[in-house]
Design a protein around this ligand. Structure first.
Ligand code: C2O
Ligand code: CU
Ligand code: CU
Length: 536
């Protein structure tokens, strides 16, 4: 039986949905089986009081020192150190501290505040234990039994970063080691984020807590007069399963030798690392940087009073104009920059819901506040890329194979595994159209490193025919992207049974990057491919 509080989002979420309530995949973590401990029971979230913790806001990082820039040693640039450590953190007032892995011991990690055009250096320091506390599956590529159990490598998602600093999944380092990355920040103001990307255990490291926000600001954005200071707040969303002691449970398959599961969902929703927090707001506009940092959950956000809000930015920065909406869908990896204006709402409590389940509460102040500047009607111009600019179109199949019981066994991009030779090899500076042909029953958020892109359209096709003959037959007209998908993106929902087309200019650097599904369980099981930008 399915958890009644959870509204299934797709077939997968239905099958493996929230909690331990008798699905094929139980919540018995492998490591506890190995240690001979008995079953840990899932926490009944109804025992927790709602909206009793103030929303935590991750601290902003200060740099440790200045060091010569890799571009020109005459210039000194900020140098940050981040410590990945095991730690304990309170997820809710009524829970005991939860064991996590966090950057500087926090979940989420501290927030970077960078300026466009001003590079920084970051030393990522792995100070984690040598044993993992979540169930490693040694059958997965890169996580074989001969590999160190605990490895990390950090990727700046959305960053225009030279290949050696991009966090290539195989460039992991072990506890006691560190790695220095250079982030040039030569890009528009945007809501980026950083997270672990280690081969084969990425889903576990992120689930343990290794992620945080990275904001880039620029003068153009400064000039818009958007809400700032205490009126600009990140909302970092994820879901987790917890046991009765409030400890993280990562679901496992019934086979202890192959614990990987195709998705991991939890019924505990965290906003900035807290379950059901509240935020006192004044009667004025607020700017929220919303990030879906979940392993596999899609969020469908809505306010309990049906209040309209304005989306002003997406993954790679500002939209050309604000998009008014009452609902917002965010797939794993996607971001939305949103203005919520509480100036016209009465003194009341408003709940931010996901599929009708509360995530957090806004408590609107009783007194009216001084009026704030209006949101500009136009933001940053986004030139739509003409299709004629593309010199190549690639047809890329998203596919999953299932076993006799219809359980997914492997997820593939274009029928290739991670270790197969590179097939996507655009020339530096060239433009391509990628047609993401989704032959599965689920939406997959596809992310390309390094680049930003635009969504062209989506179109239904005859799946069985394609899988058999690799021949595209459309069964409906092309559907234009949604209004909030008309800006620059780096992660796109490739919808089930549709061809999703994106147009990409491969600017920046030549070298090796990756593209993958941002459902981390998929990326860890072959839904990730290297790609190579060829120098010309
Ligand atoms: Cu946010 Cu390659 O990932
Ligand atoms: Cu990325
Ligand atoms: Cu996927």
């Amino acid at each position: 039986m399915k958890d009644p509080r959870s509204v299934p989002m797709n077939r997968r979420e239905f099958l493996y949905g929230a909690g331990a309530l008798g699905t094929a995949y139980t919540v018995l973590p492998l490591n506890f089986v190995q240690r001979g401990l008995v079953t840990r029971r899932a926490l009944n979230l109804n025992t927790l009081a709602k909206f009793v913790d103030p929303l935590p806001v991750p601290g902003v990082l200060q740099h440790d020192e200045l060091r010569p820039s890799p571009l020109d040693p005459k210039f000194q640039i900020p140098y940050y150190r981040l410590h990945m450590r095991e730690a304990e953190t309170k997820l809710h007032r009524d829970l005991k501290p939860t064991h996590i892995w966090g950057f500087n011991s926090t979940l989420p990690g501290p927030t970077f505040e960078a300026r466009s055009g001003q590079g920084i250096l970051v030393e990522w320091m792995n100070e984690l234990p040598t044993r993992h506390f979540l169930p490693v599956d040694h059958n997965l590529e890169g996580a074989e039994a001969d590999k160190p159990e605990v490895r990390t490598v950090i990727h700046l998602h959305g960053g225009r970063v030279p290949p050696e600093s991009d966090g290539y999944p195989e460039h992991w380092f072990v506890p006691g080691k560190s790695s220095v990355c250079f982030y040039p920040n030569n890009q528009d103001a945007a809501t980026l984020w950083y997270h672990d990307h280690a081969m084969g255990i990425n889903r576990l490291n992120v689930y343990a807590g290794l992620f945080g926000l990275f904001l880039i600001r620029d003068e153009f954005e400064d000039g818009l007069g958007l809400p700032s200071g205490k009126c600009e707040i990140p909302l970092i969303l994820c879901d987790r399963q917890l046991d009765q002691d409030g400890q993280l449970l990562y679901p496992v398959s019934p086979d202890p030798k192959a614990p990987w599961v195709p998705e991991a969902f939890g019924d505990a929703y965290l906003v900035n690392g807290r379950i059901w927090p509240f935020l006192d707001v004044e009667r004025r506009p607020y700017r929220f940087r919303i990030l879906n940092a979940a392993n596999g959950r899609f969020f469908h956000l809505e306010l309990s009073n049906q209040m309209e809000f304005q989306q002003i930015g997406s993954d790679q920065g500002l939209l050309s104009t604000p998009v008014a909406a009452t609902q917002l869908t965010l797939a794993p990896g996607e971001r939305a920059d949103v203005i919520m204006d509480f100036s016209k709402t009465p003194h009341e409590n408003i709940v931010l819901n996901n599929d009708n389940l509360g995530l957090m509460q806004f408590r609107v102040a009783s007194r009216a506040t001084v009026s704030a500047a209006a949101i500009p009607k136009t933001l940053r111009p986004v030139m739509r890329m003409p299709e004629t600019e593309a010199t190549k179109t690639r047809e890329l199949l998203l596919e999953e194979t299932v076993d006799a019981a219809d359980n997914p066994t492997i997820m593939l991009l274009n029928r290739k595994r991670w270790t197969d030779p590179v097939t996507e090899d655009p020339a530096l500076g060239s433009t391509e159209i990628w047609s993401l042909v989704n032959g599965t029953d689920d939406s997959h958020p596809i992310h390309l490193h390094l680049v930003r892109f635009q969504v062209l359209d989506r179109q239904n096709f005859y799946v069985a025919n394609y899988l058999r003959k690799r021949e595209l037959k459309f069964t409906g007209p092309p559907v234009p992207p949604e209004a909030n998908e008309l800006g620059w993106k780096d992660t796109v929902r490739a919808e089930a049974g549709m061809v999703t087309r994106i147009i990409v200019r491969f600017d920046g650097y030549a070298g090796r990057y990756v593209w993958h599904c941002h459902i981390l369980e998929h990326g860890d099981n072959e839904m990730m491919r290297p790609y190579e930008i060829r120098a010309t």
